[in-house]
Design a protein around this ligand. Structure first.
Ligand code: PEP
Length: 276
């Protein structure tokens, strides 16, 4: 059974002041006994705010991470941030190969795979993003594009390294646009990715978490997160508002409560009725 994972990607947003309020709201909700989300939660902040996350989230049960790391280990790479530096600030995860980095920084599949490996070597969980553009979808290339992105990972990461990886299927046309893949569309892609992984490492495929990203919000999260191969969400815009981010997490609480109700055995249900 894969535990769900909800990750906020703040992108290049926030300030010391606004982050304080956002982190405090999330932390407070998480500390509330009745909240008990059946998932792991991570916040991926801009690098300058990782120290702030560390102070705000230590011992909260919420983990934090970065949105990118250098492909290099250390040295003369002005402006870059290494995996070891992220670890120094308590990061446990890092987003790798987000479509915005692929598009605006020309990060190719092989380069992304090397970054994922660098993250693993630094003791971080890489959250590796894959996904097709609108024109790729419209020209029937979705499966091939995503398969080649996953193949690049399989070429560089061995079984042990893959066990540290979280994948995020993020159709580029759905990111920040308000358009979302339908739950069935997303499920199909997640199942395909898992099958591709399974052909190489069946056990890894079984436990690997594959998140969905692309305009996830409280209104559509419940159905998406109920899909059998969708193991959580990578949330951009909605992670910047505590109500929306927590609203997405609350849909998991609702899904769990619904499942708990369905799991009640007939005798338990009967007992419950008698007690009334
Ligand atoms: C993202 O950038 O990873 C993302 C999914 O963004 P949004 O939720 O805003 O579409």
């Amino acid at each position: 059974m894969r535990r769900k994972l909800i990750v906020g990607n703040w992108k290049m947003n926030g300030s010391l002041t606004s982050n304080t309020a956002l982190l405090e709201s999330i932390r407070t909700a998480f500390a509330c006994a009745s909240f008990r989300p059946p998932c792991d939660i991570a916040v991926c902040a801009p690098a300058p705010y990782l120290a702030q996350c560390r102070i705000a989230l230590t011992a909260s049960g919420i983990v934090w991470g970065a949105q990118d790391l250098s492909v290099h280990e250390a040295g003369a790479y002005t402006g870059e941030v290494s995996g070891a530096m992220l670890r120094d600030f308590g990061c446990t995860c890092v987003i790798v190969g987000h479509s915005e980095r692929r598009a605006y920084h020309a990060e190719g599949n092989g380069f992304v795979a090397k970054k994922a490996m660098r993250a693993v070597h630094a003791g971080l969980t890489p959250i590796v993003c894959v996904g097709e553009t609108l024109s790729e979808r419209e020209t029937g290339q979705t499966e091939a594009v995503v398969a080649s992105q996953v193949d690049a990972l399989l070429a560089v990461l061995d079984r042990d390294a893959l066990q540290r990886v979280v994948l995020a299927y993020e159709p580029v046309w759905a990111i920040g646009t308000g358009m979302t893949a339908t739950p069935a569309m997303a499920q199909d892609m997640h199942a395909l990715i898992r099958m591709q992984m399974s052909a190489r490492h069946a056990d890894v495929a079984e436990t690997m978490r594959i998140l969905y990203g692309g305009s996830m919000k409280p209104e559509n999260a419940r159905e998406l997160l109920a899909m059998p191969d969708i193991d959580g969400g990578l949330i951009g815009g909605a992670s910047l508002k505590a109500d929306d981010f927590l609203g997405i997490i609350r849909t998991l609480v609702a899904n769990r409560n619904h499942k708990d109700m369905l799991d009640v055995s007939p005798s338990e249900a009967h007992d419950g009725n008698n007690a009334e």
